[in-house]
Design a protein around this ligand. Structure first.
Ligand code: AMP
Length: 216
């Protein structure tokens, strides 16, 4: 199964995508995580990406397209869930080309959304584990021991781009550049909208329902 999950920052793509990919036995390809790993490893692509990421801007298409193509090539037989890619229409066109070259199809294209205020609340309070990448929230899902991950004991941190002024810009970028993807995808086979304003478990149950549906 191949899935595209898209939606604004803070809507829960990472949390829901990770869980679904694990349950379905497919790879969770989160563009933001791939980019952050490249930054940490000091690769050429990572160095190019960092300034854009810190400012809440989209990293240039040629950088992200070739990174995701490499990852899809690794996972093409086992299925994948794309989270955070594509983020504009040019990336969606590039994705279609790379999939058709490999005779791969996308089974589900799921657009998640939630009211702006809840996105802001989720992003402002978000804490991430430096070691395993698991996410917490200061208020909604605090760790048992303040500052440390429940799963692996790693140190929790606030992402550089989860500061209030950067968040506002990321949401603007989403509305201007990513939301037009709705027009690109909404008539395609496998497209669904998912209300992601509820609690994690409620949203996950709805997501499972969507992927149980056979399209085509
Ligand atoms: P995320 O972890 O999905 O919130 O992504 C963090 C940041 O990585 C974004 O604000 C962008 O700077 C960059 N990024 C992630 N995915 C993409 C993409 N598909 N195209 C361009 N930049 C991206």
């Amino acid at each position: 199964m191949n899935v595209i999950l898209f939606g604004p920052p803070g809507v829960g793509k990472g949390t829901q995508g990770e869980k679904l990919a694990a349950e379905e036995g497919i790879s969770h390809l989160a563009m933001g995580d791939i980019l952050r790993a490249a930054v940490r490893n000091g690769t050429e692509a990572g160095m190019k990406a960092k300034t854009y990421m810190d400012a809440g801007k989209l990293v240039p298409d040629n950088v992200v397209v070739s990174m995701i193509e490499d990852r899809i090539a690794e996972d093409e037989n086992g299925g994948f869930l794309l989270d955070g890619f594509p983020r504009n229409v040019a990336q969606a066109v590039a994705l279609d080309e790379m999939l058709s070259k490999r005779a791969l199809i996308v089974d589900h294209i799921i657009s998640m959304d939630a009211p702006e205020q809840s996105l802001l609340d989720r992003l402002c309070g978000r804490l991430i584990c430096r070691a395993c990448g698991f996410g917490f929230h200061r208020q909604y899902s605090p760790p048992q021991k303040s500052g440390f991950c429940d799963r692996c004991g790693g140190e929790l941190y606030q992402r550089e781009d989860d500061r209030e002024e950067v968040i506002a810009h990321r949401l603007e970028v989403y509305r201007e550049q990513t939301e037009p993807l709705l027009g690109y995808y909404q008539d395609k086979v496998g497209f669904s909208r998912l209300d992601a304003s509820g609690e994690t478990a409620t949203v996950y149950a709805a997501l499972k329902q969507v992927v149980k549906t056979q399209h085509g």
